[in-house]
Design a protein around this ligand. Sequence first.
Ligand SMILES: Cc1cc2nc3c(=O)[nH]c(=O)nc-3n(C[C@H](O)[C@H](O)[C@H](O)COP(=O)(O)OP(=O)(O)OC[C@H]3O[C@@H](n4cnc5c(N)ncnc54)[C@H](O)[C@@H]3O)c2cc1C
Length: 340
Amino acid sequence: MIPMPKFELSSPGTLAEVVAATARANGGVSILAGGTDLIVHVKHGLRKPEHLVWLGKVTELRTFSFSPELGLRIGAMCTLDEIATSPALRQYYPEIAEAARSVASPAIRNRATVGGNLCQDTRCFYYNQSESWRSALGGCIKGELPSAANNSICHATPGLAKCAAAFCSDLAPLLIALGASVNLLNQNGARTIGLAELYRDDGANHLALKSGEVITEVLIPATQPNQFTAFRKLRDRRAIDFALVNVGLNVALDSDLICRNVKIVIGAVQSVPVEVQTVGAILKDQRLTTELIHRAAEEAASVVTPVPNVGATVGYRKRMARVLVERALLEVRSRSSKAM
Ligand SMILES: Cc1cc2nc3c(=O)[nH]c(=O)nc-3n(C[C@H](O)[C@H](O)[C@H](O)COP(=O)(O)OP(=O)(O)OC[C@H]3O[C@@H](n4cnc5c(N)ncnc54)[C@H](O)[C@@H]3O)c2cc1C
């Protein structure tokens, strides 16, 4: 058994108490939700929080509301299992339910939360290791070790002066494609930002959260009748595994299959979810023919540049990005034909 290091724990019961706890704890605070990501990192010595603020007693963060006109609001502490099994989600946003269902295993989804999924740490073959393994490597930008020689090196991309650890959330690419935003709160007040703005391209510091800020809610716009979405994920084992590549697609299709408002976001290839805008540009205002689908998928494979720091090779993940984009587009075309 791996022992837990010592830390202070607060269990606030309201959002006001969360704000007070995070403000009081100042810099050394970490938010604890389901703990399926954070506690693993703490046990491996990758995170050393002085103070954990657990959100599990805050009922305001477990709210969930849906209306066909206004869309969906998901409290940050809703679990992935609740999302995967919600009747409203299965009816109006089945691909979000599918993305939630693709995360980890049933036991983990019972604890894991939406906020934790969006804020989970980036991962890297050279970082998610024991301290002795990392010591032998002399540290890295993300996994700095006291007085180690290689603390300023990225082993996955030598020569790059920043950390390239991979973005891991399965929900984020699809939610960004759907135009989701997040409500944030800290001692200075509340603000709302687009979900894509939550992320920055630095694997060692990939969240643009301000000091003490928590996600309180995720807001997903209402869907239109001609809007189609798809989620695709490649992983080693279907039973339990992080993505090697994942794809979120959102497109509006006219009755004659003309693509409007296309958004395709690819995850697990870099430190941020990547919107492949050139693919969107190829599809925009064009008829979704098989030939166009092939061209768009080829473009996706040529523009994504996976970092060699998760399970499979770069070449394979690039090829599979093409396959996943192609399958997602074929799927929405088939569903649109049935719906019209
Ligand atoms: C074996 C295994 C397999 C996994 N497979 C997958 C997978 O396939 N796909 C996938 O996406 N994930 C996977 N995960 C990662 C993780 O389980 C999920 O991402 C989960 O949703 C994290 O949620 P949590 O509530 O447990 O987060 P926690 O561990 O509690 O927190 C994760 C991070 O988010 C921060 N945080 C949590 N809530 C908030 C909030 N409201 N506001 C601000 N910051 C917050 C925490 O401070 C922490 O840094 C896997 C984990 C394990 C152990």
